[in-house]
Design a protein around this ligand. Structure first.
Ligand SMILES: [Ca+2]
Length: 196
């Protein structure tokens, strides 16, 4: 519990530093055409769409075949491969990623699986206050929660994930403890970025 409190404080410090040094009007996406290792990552899919400010973008999503990590380690892991922990810029993109997960045979082979998303909340069991770590901005669309989520089920569920419980049901968003490990790490690559 204490560790989680410090993690949230750490995230706040990072945010403050980011907000002080970045122009929030700038797009938060950056094209990043790196080659991704097939031995480390499985491909989840590709999505192309528009952000709310009219920027056209394309992303490809991957998840680790063998490596597992908690939320903090997942961020570092993606970064170490010049990728980013996944974000979803719009509800349409979020739904597209959930459909990709539903259709993925590897992810469906897990009894239960929760993949970390690069967003956190500062209020336990918050229904609305979730923020992207990269930009500090609040998630602007209705989050496609799985049934009964967010539920703060085991307490301190401050990190955002998507997944499914047991082999029943479809993939959806859920709140989870940031310390949760044992799941594949989902990373994204920005393939294309065309400002309006
Ligand atoms: Ca939960």
């Amino acid at each position: 519990m204490l560790g989680n409190k410090f993690l949230i404080q750490f995230i706040l410090v990072i945010w403050c530093g980011f907000i002080n040094t970045q122009d929030l009007e700038q797009p938060t996406l950056h094209a990043n055409p790196v080659i991704v290792s097939d031995t480390v990552f499985a491909k989840l899919g590709t999505y192309r769409g528009f952000t709310d400010d009219g920027t056209e973008y394309q992303k490809t999503y991957f998840f680790t075949r063998h490596f597992k990590g908690d939320w903090t380690n997942s961020r570092y892991f993606c970064k170490s491969y010049d990728l980013e922990l996944v974000t979803m810029e719009t509800l349409e993109e979020a739904r597209a990623v959930l459909t990709m997960a539903d259709n993925n045979s590897i992810l469906r082979s897990y009894t239960s699986v929760w993949l970390n998303i690069d967003a956190v909340t500062l209020t336990i069991k918050s229904l609305t206050e979730w923020f992207w770590t990269k930009s500090g901005k609040k998630i602007s669309y209705p989050i496609p929660w799985r049934p009964d989520a967010p539920n703060n089920h085991v307490g301190n569920e401050n990190c955002l994930t998507f997944g499914r419980y047991l082999t029943s049901g479809k993939f959806g968003f859920d709140d989870a403890r940031c310390e949760n490990g044992g799941n594949p790490i989902p990373c994204q690559r920005i393939d294309l970025l065309i400002p309006k």
